[in-house]
Design a binder for this molecule. Structure first.
Ligand code: P6P
Length: 338
């Protein structure tokens, strides 16, 4: 009889903690609390369509609550989970203009800060397109016992101690890394646990998928236009090795490319002259995961995780995925400067 050995997220976190003699369990606790918040958001997500329909008939939804937009709900769920865990002294999210510093005596002792996009792609929810939550964890720079400072949240991506995402799709998964490889966990609703389903994810160095919103083609840098033509033309074997896949939800496009290879591109354009995606809670965590899985992430010229931050919601052009595909984009941008 095959023994169906389940490794839950908490089992795995504790196992991995034992691999590090210096690990005190603080980061483990933080990751577990993120997992719990993800389950809370997932539960709400599953009712979104129903709640949304009923909610539209008035201000009261089926639970008798004032209906909240899901991204606001997710922001509160993650913020409260991180405040409760006691290891986090502050959080910066897409939903809040400024960082949120926790002022409780216990929280101020927290060793970590977290940057999050609580619900990326939330505009897709009403159309049942998968969306995600993205998180990035740093050790604080400011002294423990004091309130966190803005410089805690403005560290380069290379300082990340962990990063990950939750994808609310055909199944709900949590994918994260603490700097020793990338592992994926699928939520088993029957037991309410994230279970290890994708151990040691490695992204192929070559892929055949490019993910980009070609509606912005007119405004792309010349090097990106040249890269797209390279992807769309036949090669010396008279083959067209590439295909376009674009969901319009970063976590979904990234997750597919991470598993089977490919590149996600979001160049600057006339509506987003610095690019659309935010460095702190979109580009850096995805870059951390991509590099941990053997891929790469760039602003088109430099490693995105080395980017100096000047603003909390700073944006950047973003190219992430299979190592050789990101390198190819950089070559085209260098060869065809605007
Ligand atoms: P566009 C969602 O709004 C998001 O931030 C990412 O999840 C996604 O990759 C991107 O924007 C899509 O942007 O301009 O193609 O709709």
């Amino acid at each position: 009889m095959n023994s169906y050995r389940i490794t839950t997220l908490n089992d795995f976190i504790i196992q991995k903690q034992k691999d590090f003699s210096y690990a005190s369990g603080d980061l483990s606790s933080l990751l577990s609390h993120i997992g719990t918040a993800a389950k809370i958001v997932n539960k709400k997500m599953n009712k979104a369509g129903l709640v949304d329909i009923l909610g539209k008939s008035g201000s009261v939804n089926i639970q008798g609550e004032t209906q909240q937009k899901l991204d606001v709900f997710a922001d509160k769920a993650f913020t409260e989970a991180l405040r409760a865990c006691g290891e986090c002294c502050g959080i910066a999210t897409e939903e809040n203009q400024n960082e949120i510093v926790f002022t409780g005596r216990l929280e101020k002792k927290g060793k970590y800060i977290v940057c999050m996009d609580p619900l990326d792609g939330s505009s897709n929810i009403d159309y049942n397109v998968s969306v995600g939550s993205i998180f990035s964890i740093y050790r604080r720079i400011s002294p423990r016992g004091k309130t966190a400072k803005i410089e805690d949240f403005m560290q380069p991506g290379i300082n990340q101690v962990a990063a990950g995402y939750v994808i609310y799709g055909s199944s709900t998964m949590m994918v994260y890394s603490t700097g020793n490889g990338v592992n994926g966990f699928t939520l088993d609703p029957s037991i309410g646990e994230f279970c290890l389903s994708h151990p040691n994810i490695k992204t192929p160095v070559n892929g055949n998928i490019y993910s980009i919103n070609e509606g912005n083609y007119t405004y792309f840098p010349l090097g990106i236009k040249k890269f797209l033509k390279f992807c769309q033309e036949k090669d010396e074997d008279n083959e067209r090795p590439y295909t376009s896949r674009y969901i319009g939800s970063l976590v979904s496009d990234f997750h597919r490319n991470l598993l089977i290879g490919g590149i996600f591109l979001y160049p600057q354009n006339e509506r987003a002259p610095q690019g659309k995606l935010r460095v702190v809670y979109e580009c850096n965590p995805m870059a951390f995961l991509a590099e941990q899985a053997g891929g790469a992430a760039s602003d088109g010229f430099n490693r995105i995780m080395e980017m100096e931050l000047k603003a909390l919601h700073q944006r950047s052009p973003f190219y992430v995925g299979s190592l050789n595909m990101v390198q190819k984009v950089k070559e085209f941008l260098k060869a065809y400067p605007d």
